[in-house]
Write a protein that binds this ligand. Structure first.
Ligand code: NAD
Ligand code: TYD
Length: 351
């Protein structure tokens, strides 16, 4: 039977990915997640409970643990999401970013290499990375492609760039079959509410301030998490080892426009007069080193793997806003810190 190791699947994108992969059936999904502040076992609790996902709490930097998992399951796919993922936190302190994103990736690569030396078949290491490794675009400049040079600007993007280079080096030097996926900003259910879209939705629901960094004219290319996950599944099925694929939603929007849109969606959902939530928009100090614009040209992925995004931001926002409204207890547990007790309460005996 095929076994996939999915790292970081108690976080936002990984949780959506295992949900989709489990629905498609087939491989046995083994999740390794340290449950950092961003990891929440509630996100996949139903899948763990009914056995569709096997969960291991642990750190990707823990070499004996990682090599032990490879020895036990002989994984034929690794889908590597685990990372420190928030730019603002990387500005406050880069240590955990270097440790997990760089060292942790090297530990996984080494374990895969050792295991796959003695393995037949067509194993694959899929490294999930970001458009931020390519730096910032000027207005009017062509979107990033697979050939864009690396120019990371934040400690977060620098640590992800370093990880991408390690994957490339293990492929080149050791022949490790690997794919690097660089994608744009994701949005959708189960996103940790420190990121722009869930933060703004929840603050608008609660009547709290909507903090806009600087002039709010920074541009991101928004990709629905489900579209990201279908792109990853296409790479796992039909991708060429040794390749990089860029993934984007073809959906460039300025932050301030998204924030206004969210404010009006929340007003509509809660039956409040138009303009109620927008009154809470506040321009605050800009993020140091703030990248102005990201955009992706996913033509290769469309052409070679037949992938297309199904969602656009304006069409998807009402259902995303509704999801955070309907799951406000989930969000409240995160915001109060109570979600961190969940694992011990629910799984303590089996930890
Ligand atoms: P997230 O912060 O929501 O989740 C990260 C998960 O990794 C958490 O469950 C956390 O507990 C786990 N983790 C962290 N350190 C670990 C360690 N040392 N060992 C084991 N597990 C650990 O992140 P996300 O938004 O789901 O992002 C997933 C991946 O996608 C990351 O690699 C990120 O760089 C990349 N990415 C994210 C976006 C985005 O918009 N969210 C865009 C492009 C790329
Ligand atoms: P974020 O979700 O942190 O993603 P990234 O920095 O990786 O792109 O932020 C998205 C954009 O929104 C980014 O330009 C920073 C901006 N932003 C705000 O204006 N206010 C906020 O409170 C947050 C969290 C982000």
């Amino acid at each position: 039977m095929s076994h996939w190791l999915v790292t970081g699947a108690a976080g936002f994108i990984g949780a959506n990915f295992v949900r989709l992969a489990a629905a498609a059936g087939g491989p046995r999904l083994v999740v390794l997640d340290a449950l950092t502040y961003a990891g929440n076992l509630e996100n996949i609790a139903d899948l763990v409970a009914d056995g569709r996902v096997e969960f291991h709490r642990g750190d990707i930097c823990d070499e004996p643990l990682v090599t032990g998992l490879f020895a036990r399951y002989r994984f034929d796919r690794v889908v590597h999401f685990a990372a420190e993922s928030h730019v603002d936190r990387s500005i406050l302190g880069a240590g955990p970013f270097v440790r997990t994103n760089v060292h942790g990736t090297a530990v996984l690569l080494d374990a895969a290499r050792a295991c796959w030396k003695a393995q037949t078949g067509d194993p694959l290491f899929l490294h999930v990375s970001t458009d931020e490794v390519f730096g910032s675009l000027e207005p009017g400049e062509a979107p990033f492609t697979e050939d864009s040079p690396y120019r990371p600007n934040s400690p977060y993007s620098a640590s992800k760039a370093a990880a991408d280079h390690l994957v490339r080096a293990w492929q080149h030097t050791h022949g490790l079959p690997a794919i690097i996926s660089n994608c744009s900003n994701n949005y959708g259910p189960w996103q940790f509410p420190e990121k722009l879209i869930p933060l703004m939705i929840l603050n608008a629901i609660d009547g709290r301030e909507l903090p806009v960094y600087g002039d709010g004219m920074q541009v991101r290319d928004w990709l629905h998490v489900e579209d990201h996950c279908t792109a990853l599944l296409a790479m796992l099925e039909r991708g060429q080892p040794g390749r990089t694929y860029v993934v984007g939603g073809n959906c460039e929007r300025a932050n301030i426009d998204i924030i206004r849109r969210i404010a009006s969606e929340v007003d509509a959902l809660l039956g409040k007069p138009a303009g109620s939530a927008a009154k809470f928009i506040r321009h605050v100090a800009d993020r140091p080193g703030h990248d102005r614009r990201y955009a992706m040209n996913a033509a290769v992925l469309r052409r070679e793997l037949g992938w297309q995004p199904r969602h656009d931001l304006e069409g998807a926002l009402p259902s995303v806003v509704r999801w955070y409204w309907e799951n406000r207890e989930w969000a409240a547990r995160i915001r109060s810190g109570a979600y961190r007790e969940y694992y011990e309460k629910q799984y303590g005996a089996r930890a």
